[in-house]
Design a protein around this ligand. Structure first.
Ligand code: ZN
Length: 192
């Protein structure tokens, strides 16, 4: 069974208290995210890292404070979460796709499936199981997990490598994901 790891939106604006849209407690995930990403690299497991890459006036900023604007420090991922062999898949239809160890998939909305190239990437990867972690459980992690389940993939969410904007909404998102057939796992289990 081919597995892919999906590191969702672990970007400076979300992870750290000084970030533009800080997810409470997210900075404590950094060792787990770092471990998972490098475990993927050393075990030949493809790694998708989704990232918000907003323009100055994306529609999302009507409901959220501006964050992760392309070209700002807050949009970057912490260096520890980056692999050397990586490429970026932009949002322009037909953007160049390379199957590097880490594929950074840009998006301008909550759901990574809004990147018009994402489904083609899933086809190229042809994996059956996706291990999902990052931020925020109640928004982008939820969208990614439900979208992958909807695409007929197996999904496992790493419960000790996620953080929610609101704890209650995070718990509800996990209920939704498991109700759709997703499973819950831990860093220890997926790196054993
Ligand atoms: Zn955003």
């Amino acid at each position: 069974m081919k597995t892919v790891f999906v590191d969702v939106d672990t970007q400076i604006d979300f992870l750290f208290p000084a970030g533009a849209l800080y997810v409470p407690g997210a900075e404590r995930l950094l060792p787990a995210i770092t471990h998972l990403n490098h475990f993927a690299a050393s075990h030949g497991i493809p790694l998708i890292s989704t990232t918000d890459a907003h323009s100055e006036n994306d529609p999302e900023f009507q409901s959220w404070p501006p964050h992760c604007v392309a070209g700002t420090a807050g949009q970057l991922k912490p260096a520890a979460t980056l692999l050397e062999n990586r490429s970026t898949l932009g949002t322009r239809p037909g953007s160049t796709m390379e199957l590097t160890a880490q594929i950074v998939v840009e998006k301008q909305a909550l759901d990574v499936f809004t990147n018009p190239n994402f489904r083609a990437l899933l086809d190229r990867l042809a994996a059956d199981r996706y291990v999902v972690y990052g931020v925020a459980t109640d928004y982008c992690v939820r969208c990614a997990a439900l979208g992958l389940l909807g695409a007929g993939k197996r999904v496992a969410v790493v419960t000790d490598a996620i953080a929610a904007v609101k704890a209650q909404d995070g718990a509800r998102a996990l209920d939704e994901i498991t109700a759709q057939g997703g499973s819950l796992t831990t860093v220890g289990d997926v790196t054993r």
